[in-house]
Design a protein. Structure first.
Length: 156
């Protein structure tokens, strides 16, 4: 089984000047049931189908399976998705041995910027860039599958 281990943070400062890459992502959910999701993603000109299991108690680890799809197939699968689309730009920023994925959200999630770092183990040490703010790992409000149902602009 493929295990995804990551930690998630709010972004509090400027990060774009440190990014070495960026891509546009649009994604929807065929299923966003508690404990399992089936996601369709279009990242620039490529498609992906991803299945994720339930997170562990800390929210840092869960099963993840992903397969690249032809763009046309991903576009067709997007038509099957639940209401609510996630639209964001992902920036990649190196920090020590790790790469932080920084997502700037648009649409109903405008104003939200999150950073994630993938780890080999839950206790792996990493260097936090200066733009890293409060840790929100395990806070389900910040899961993309929740942001499509309860967008950031409705939180106030």
């Amino acid at each position: 089984m493929a295990q995804e281990i990551e930690r998630k943070f709010l972004v509090k400062g400027e990060f774009k000047s440190e990014a070495y890459s960026q891509s546009h992502i649009v994604q929807g959910y065929i299923s966003s049931a508690h404990g399992r999701t089936v996601r369709v993603r279009i990242r620039d000109d490529k498609g992906y189908l991803t299945i994720k299991g339930a997170s562990n108690a800390s929210g840092t680890s869960r099963y993840e399976w992903e397969k690249e799809l032809p763009l046309e197939e991903a576009q067709e699968l997007m038509k099957l998705c639940e209401p609510g689309i996630i639209d964001k730009t992902r920036y990649l920023v190196k920090s020590g041995r790790h790469t932080f994925e920084v997502d700037e959200f648009y649409g109903e999630n405008e104003g939200l910027i999150l950073a994630e770092v993938e780890l080999v183990s839950e206790d792996e040490l990493f260097v936090k860039p200066l733009f890293i703010g409060e840790e929100v790992t395990g806070d389900v409000r910040y899961y993309n599958s929740n942001l499509m149902k309860q967008p950031f602009i409705t939180w106030k």
